[in-house]
Unconditional design. Structure first.
Length: 439
């Protein structure tokens, strides 16, 4: 078998760190990090440090950093396709996996490996074709990943018997194979659901994102450019978000990459996570209908106030961690200003950015009144003709695979144990608070 340079580089980086972590835990394992409150226990464990994720860190005030690099820095420093000015997603995968910026040759190596591994077994397509066409695209996507599980190298190796120090090796094969096949699967779902099953064969000469765009049926250079940006900026958001944490949690049971990633995608499909991008564009359409087209600022203000009065939220605004405008929103805004400045949906997104934050701030109840990544992505996709917004979360899922699966490989290489936090009853909690008060 031909030597896999990416696998060799990963082993050279990851295995020494696994040994280093064991020594670190021996020396510092009993040290206390922080205290947490009863409210945090009841309210989703927000802010509680409970895991280590090597690939990215989300700072409330600075935004996401991938291995220390901000999104503006990555748009500048990551390798690009010839004639393009947006980064290739293969580059951010390499960065998260290896911990160093890739060269253009490194990116070509990853792209070539994925093209070689991208063949999808026929039974996966047969399974999809057996589902009703009105099945939500995210349900189809998760089911297709589960159907691919028949190909798991890790599951086969574990069944035969393998030293736990070597778990990372077959997991690497699963992760590379799965990422390689996801664009083909996602494009098949799109064409089956919305384009009368008129499928488009892959073009192995194209990079991962451009080939995805091609199989979806969008061959314009600008859409390929958008896919490169989209798949890069949605790739990871540290380890505590639902899709990343779920993938990690299921993987901690030694589930293979397919079982773990499918579980993560079921989390991404929730309205409070990845499904929010389709909620934003649906809300914008409802806004335009209510206002008879592009609203004035006064109409927009009244509509937002009405939305809040009805006990609803303005979709695309706020974030569980961030306390500033999401840098991923800014990246998309810059793309829109460059390639579609006169698009009416883009204009509405810009108006919302002016009007919404002051209104939310004035309520005194909102910790983060600023837009997140979902506030802009739909308007860009609509501009290029992808009007089927129920599919948008599948795009998100293809991108998120880069981060959660590279983290899953790191989990295997570092020997991360089964995740099993403790829990208590409400009665226990009340008794605990009474003892504290008496003390």
């Amino acid at each position: 078998m031909k030597a896999d340079k990416l696998k060799e580089k990963f082993a050279a980086v990851a295995l020494p760190l696994a040994a280093d972590q064991k020594e670190f835990l021996k020396e510092h394992g009993n040290m206390m990090i922080a205290q947490y409150t009863i409210e945090q226990v009841y309210h989703g464990m927000k802010g509680m440090i409970g895991m280590v994720t090597e690939t990215s860190k989300l700072d409330p005030d600075e935004g996401i950093r991938f291995r220390g690099y901000s999104i503006p820095e990555l748009r500048e420093k990551l390798p690009k396709a010839p004639g393009d000015n947006e980064p290739l997603p293969e580059g951010i995968f390499y960065l998260m996996l290896i911990g160093e910026l890739p060269t253009y040759d490194d990116v070509v190596m990853v792209s070539t490996a994925w093209a070689r591994r991208s063949n999808v077994p026929k039974h996966v397509f047969d399974m999809l074709d057996a589902l009703p066409k009105n099945t939500h695209p995210m349900t189809q996507f998760s089911a297709a990943v589960m159907a691919l599980q028949t190909e798991s190298v890790f599951a086969a190796a574990y069944r035969k018997g393998i030293n736990k120090k070597d778990y990372w090796d077959p997991m690497y094969e699963d992760i590379m194979n799965l990422i390689a096949r996801l664009p083909r699967v996602a494009a098949y779902i799109y064409r089956r659901t919305y384009k009368n099953s008129e499928h488009i064969e892959p073009d192995p000469k194209l990079d991962w994102a451009a080939n995805f765009a091609h199989m979806l049926g969008f061959d314009k250079d600008d859409f390929k450019r958008l896919m490169r940006l989209y798949l890069t900026i949605h790739a990871d958001h540290e380890g505590g978000n639902v899709s990343a944490h779920t993938t990690h949690l299921v993987g901690s049971a030694l589930s293979d990459a397919y079982l773990s990633f499918s579980a993560g995608m079921n989390g991404l499909a929730g309205p409070l996570h990845g499904l929010a991008n389709q909620e934003v564009i649906r809300w914008i359409f409802e806004l335009k209908e209510a206002c008879g087209g592009v609203p004035t600022k006064e109409q927009l203000t009244n509509y937002i106030l009405k939305t809040l009065k009805e006990g609803k939220v303005v979709p695309g605004y706020g974030h569980a961690v961030l306390r500033k405008t999401d840098p991923r929103f800014i990246a998309q805004q810059e793309f829109a200003k460059k390639y579609m400045p006169d698009d009416e949906n883009v204009k509405i997104v810009s108006m919302l950015y002016e009007v919404v934050p002051p209104i939310l701030e004035s309520t005194g109840k909102i910790k983060n009144p600023w837009p997140n990544v979902d506030a802009h992505s739909g308007s860009l996709l609509i501009h290029y003709g992808m009007t089927e917004y129920d599919f948008y979360t599948v795009l998100f899922g293809v991108s998120r695979s880069l981060g959660v699966l590279s983290s899953l490989l790191w989990d295997r290489a570092l020997g991360v144990p089964l995740e099993r936090p403790g829990s208590v009853t409400s009665e226990w909690m009340k008794g605990f608070t009474m003892k504290k008060a008496m003390a």
